[in-house]
Structure formats: structure tokens, C-alpha cells
Design a protein around this ligand. Structure first.
Ligand SMILES: Nc1nc2c([nH]c(=O)n2[C@@H]2O[C@H](COP(=O)(O)OP(=O)(O)OP(=O)(O)O)[C@@H](O)[C@H]2O)c(=O)[nH]1
Length: 315
């Protein structure tokens, strides 16, 4: 079943959510407006029809965001999300024409609502940048320069401070400086390495290795047991088992690699986008592609069920 949904944005950066009817599939959850594409309909026709039926608005401009296949116990859907910018006039005219409750919400506030499981990657794509730049292994001055350059760039990017060979105290000192730069620029920063760094540095989240996640899973630990409450958890995965592990520790998303062979791991063959997309289907988590990619691959990742891409070189 093909389903199109509109991520309707207002001038305040909030998105429109509607509550599903009490007798519907996923009753009571807060969904994006939209519905099934009928036979013979294009996505644009279906979305225009649904927006008119459900909200009483027309949509002038829609942009494909991402496609994700998702298996519910009783049905499989291919969810195609479009971003739709609504004018202040259109926002004022929006009404729940089917009696559904509506609310405008920023993406970061959506975590506290019951939402359809298939929507997690969509919400992640609204909340987090499409590209994550992972730090090169370099001197402190060079890493600071790397961070400052990316904080000044106009592109939407998040930073991952990955310096596996650095002693803890030195990593913390540098991370504090990078976090200050990121905070001023509104750029999210993920820490890496020893999870104790999260107690000392104000960052957006933590990037865990697949081994760290496996250790937590074996100990029955979840994200809430290992990270401060405000931290996001991103877990590296290379297989369906590791994706399951990321889900069990309650990661916010997974990095799935390698999409292509890379300079840093020349021994590992790339999965290629088709095999990568098949693995993405094994999980309900949002997934970023990693390995031999550049920021230009965001569209490919999003066409294959991903949220975006990450990498060292080229980001
Ligand atoms: N509209 C909508 N449907 C979603 C979202 N996320 C999600 O998993 N779905 C699922 O996609 C499927 C199609 O949605 P729908 O029931 O709204 O479609 P529709 O309006 O054409 O249905 P109807 O005419 O049978 O009421 C449902 O199984 C629904 O649970 C979402 O954000 N918005």
C-alpha cells in the first residue's frame, strides 16, 4: 500500500499533526496528514485530495523528503513523505474537516507523543540534519578549525567528535571547546568514545560503536541507563543483528555501513544501496548511510529508506 503524507511547515518551524480516529488503524496516534494513493492517482493528486478532504487547504508546492517501507503486523506500507510549506493564510484556514484534533509542533516535541511507528524516520529527518560530518584524526587546533569551518557554513550539518586514540581528559577538554562553538552556531554535536564524557560536556548526543551497544544489550541496559536524559543515542551497525541491538538499547537512530568501500576500512566491501535498503527494512529505527559517501548522496539515502548520510572526507 502506497501512502503519501504531508509534513506541513509553518513560518515558526512547526509541523502539523492530526490525531487518528478512535476506530482507525493506529487509533489515537498523531500522524502527518495524508493517506493511501488510489489506483491511477499520482502522489501529487493523492496529497492534494487528502489535504483538501482532511484540512480544507490546497498545496502549491511539495518537495519529496523520503520514502520508507514499513511492515506493521497487519499491513505493509510504503510511506512517501513530502514537505509542504503553508503560507500564514493557509495555516489560519486549516481545520480538521473530519473532526480530527490538530496541533502544530516542533519536531523535538514530537517524541513525547504517540506517533505511528513508521513515522520515526520522518520525525528524525525533520529534527536532525541530513548530513553528519565526522572529525578527522588531527591535532586539537586542526579539529577546532574543522569544527569552526562547519559551524560557519550555511549547509545543514551536525558534527561527530570521533577521536578514538585520544586520552579521556584531553578529549573532554577539546569537546568542551567544540561544544561551545556548536552551541553558538546551533549545530548539533555528538560525542564518541567513553560514555562518561557526556557528564562533562553539553552536547546533543552520543555516537556509540556496535560493540558498546552489544555490551549494553548483554547487561540489559538501555539508553536511559547510560546517557543523560537530554542526550540522543546514535549506534553504529553493520548487519540486521546489530540493527536489532540498536533498537533494543533504544537508540534514536542507527548508522548503517558501509554503503560503499571506504579509505578508512578498505578491507570491507560496500553493501551497495539495494542491499543497504533491504537492511533498513529490518528496523523501525531511522537510519543514516555511512561509508564512501559524500553529502550529495542524501537524496539516494532518502530514496532507499534512509534519513541522511555521514562521513569523514567530503563533509
Ligand atoms: N495518513 C497517515 N497515515 C499513516 C502515517 N503513518 C503511518 O504509518 N500511516 C499508515 O498509513 C496507512 C494509510 O493511512 P490512512 O488510513 O490515513 O489512509 P486513508 O485516509 O486513505 O484511509 P481511509 O480512506 O481508509 O480512511 C494507515 O495504515 C496508517 O496507519 C501518517 O503519518 N499519516
Amino acid at each position: 500500500m502506497r501512502v503519501v503524507v504531508a509534513l506541513c511547515r509553518n513560518a515558526q518551524g512547526e509541523y502539523l499533526l492530526a490525531q487518528r480516529a478512535a476506530n482507525a488503524h493506529l487509533a489515537g496516534t498523531w500522524e502527518f496528514p495524508g493517506g493511501k494513493v488510489e489506483v491511477g492517482e499520482s502522489d501529487a493528486d493523492a496529497l492534494a485530495r487528502e489535504l483538501d478532504e482532511e484540512l480544507g487547504v490546497t498545496c502549491d508546492h511539495m518537495e519529496a523528503l523520503l520514502t520508507r517501507h514499513f511492515d506493521y503486523p497487519d499491513r505493509s506500507i510504503t510511506l512517501q513523505a513530502y514537505t509542504v510549506l503553508l503560507s500564514p493564510d493557509a495555516c489560519a484556514r486549516v481545520i480538521g474537516r473530519e473532526g480530527q484534533a490538530l496541533q502544530w509542533l516542533r519536531p523535538e516535541a514530537m517524541a513525547s507523543l504517540a506517533t505511528p511507528a513508521a513515522n520515526a524516520p520522518l520525525i528524525a529527518a525533520l529534527r536532525w540534519p541530513p548530513c553528519w560530518a565526522i572529525s578527522p584524526e588531527a591535532s586539537a587546533a586542526a579539529v577546532l578549525d574543522w569544527a569552526a569551518t562547519r559551524c560557519q557554513a550555511a549547509t545543514e550539518v551536525g558534527l561527530v567528535l570521533r577521536l578514538p586514540r585520544w586520552p579521556l581528559a584531553e578529549y573532554i577538554a577539546l569537546a568542551q571547546s567544540v561544544a561551545a562553538l556548536c552551541q553558538r552556531a546551533g549545530v548539533p554535536l555528538l560525542l564518541h568514545g567513553d560514555v562518561r564524557v557526556c557528564e562533562q560536556v553539553a552536547a546533543a548526543g552520543f555516537h556509540a560503536s556496535s560493540q558498546q551497544a552489544a555490551t549494553w544489550q548483554a547487561q540489559g541496559l538501555k539508553k536511559r541507563d547510560v546517557l543523560p536524559a537530554t542526550y540522543a543515542l546514535a549506534v553504529a551497525a553493520h548487519s540486521a543483528d546489530e540493527l536489532r541491538c540498536a533498537e533494543q538499547v533504544m537508540a534514536d537512530w542507527a548508522w548503517l555501513s558501509p554503503v560503499q568501500a571506504t579509505q578508512s576500512h578498505p578491507e570491507a566491501n560496500g553493501l551497495g544501496w539495494v542491499a543497504w535498503a533491504a537492511l533498513v527494512q529490518c528496523t523501525s529505527l531511522p537510519v543514516y548511510g555511512l561509508g564512501g559517501l559524500t553529502p550529495a548522496a542524501v537524496h539516494q539515502a532518502r530514496a532507499h529508506g534512509g534519513v541522511g548520510v555521514a562521513g569523514i572526507r567530503g563533509f
